[in-house]
Each structure stands twice: as structure tokens, then as C-alpha cells.
Design a protein. Structure first.
Length: 112
């Protein structure tokens, strides 16, 4: 059994934290803005780390597809953050798209 590479492990942990935030959002409980910002900052740092480690390594297609999904998730996360900055709840479909893209991206990286 091999260990999960560093960037993927951090992305997995950040995704699980995001799932916790999603559960709070869906049950109507308040999500602290600082939790969302920490989730976003750690995710962007881990994504940059993953991009740097995979960029020139001749990675397989699933790793590249996983990174593409994570970049889409980051764009969705920025959209959600813009709503949070205005003090509004983001549209639920966008929260779901952000979550699904992140889970798909991490899943593809785990299988690569």
C-alpha cells in the first residue's frame, strides 16, 4: 500500500472540511466566514502545490483531469466567496457545483 502524496492528502483534508461546511449550510446553520476563508486559502495553497508537483512530471491523464476539476472548483469557490463578501447566501446550485467538482478532482487525483 502506498501513501497518499502530500498535495493530494491536503486537498482531501480540505475537501472534507468543505463537506462539513456544506452540511452546516444545508441544515440552515450559520457558517462562519473565517471557516470558509481558511478552507479557500488552504485549498488554493494545496492546489498550487499539486500543480507545481505535477506540471512537468509527465503525469497521467487522470491527474491532469483531477487538477482541471479542482481549478473549476476553485472558480466556483471564488463565486461563492463573492456572495459571502456581500453578506448574502450563495445560490445552492453553485455550492453544489463547487462541491461536486472538488470531490471529483480529489477522487481523480487519488486514482492517478
Amino acid at each position: 500500500m502506498t501513501a497518499i502524496p502530500g498535495p493530494t492528502a491536503v486537498l482531501l483534508a480540505v475537501s472534507l472540511w468543505g463537506a462539513l461546511l456544506l452540511a452546516r449550510h444545508l441544515t440552515g446553520r450559520r457558517v462562519r466566514p473565517s471557516w470558509g476563508w481558511c478552507h479557500g486559502v488552504l485549498a488554493i495553497a494545496a492546489l498550487a502545490w499539486a500543480l507545481a508537483s505535477i506540471w512537468g512530471a509527465g503525469a497521467v491523464l487522470t491527474a491532469n483531469a483531477g487538477l482541471f476539476c479542482l481549478v473549476l472548483a476553485a472558480i466556483g469557490g471564488a463565486f461563492v466567496a463573492l456572495f459571502r463578501l456581500q453578506g448574502e447566501r450563495p445560490p445552492l446550485f453553485m455550492v453544489w457545483l463547487h462541491a461536486v467538482a472538488a470531490v471529483l478532482g480529489v477522487g481523480l487525483l487519488l486514482t492517478a
